[in-house]
Design a protein. Structure first.
Length: 83
């Protein structure tokens, strides 16, 4: 992926994940890539991957289960907030 200079990389990675969810690549309840996976796929630093994942969690797009990974939230859970 070629990053644009007009937007932080973590925001661009966040948008890629959102786009993949919208396209059905990642479905509700399915696992999304880990921070390590994002680092490898996009060639980004750990902090960049961490910021992207945190933003997705905060907006309710994904949720994380300690020791298991991060998953796509059900469609209505973005209103409920993070557990």
């Amino acid at each position: 992926m070629e990053f644009r200079e007009d937007q932080p990389r973590w925001q661009q990675v966040t948008q890629v994940i959102r786009d993949r969810i919208a396209a059905g690549t990642y479905r509700p309840g399915s696992r999304v890539p880990s921070e390590n996976d994002l680092m490898q796929e996009f060639g980004i630093a750990r902090m960049t991957a961490h910021k992207a994942m945190r933003a997705l969690r905060e907006e309710g797009t994904i949720y994380t289960v300690r020791g298991m990974g991060s998953f796509v939230s059900p469609p209505d859970s973005s209103e409920a907030g993070d557990a």
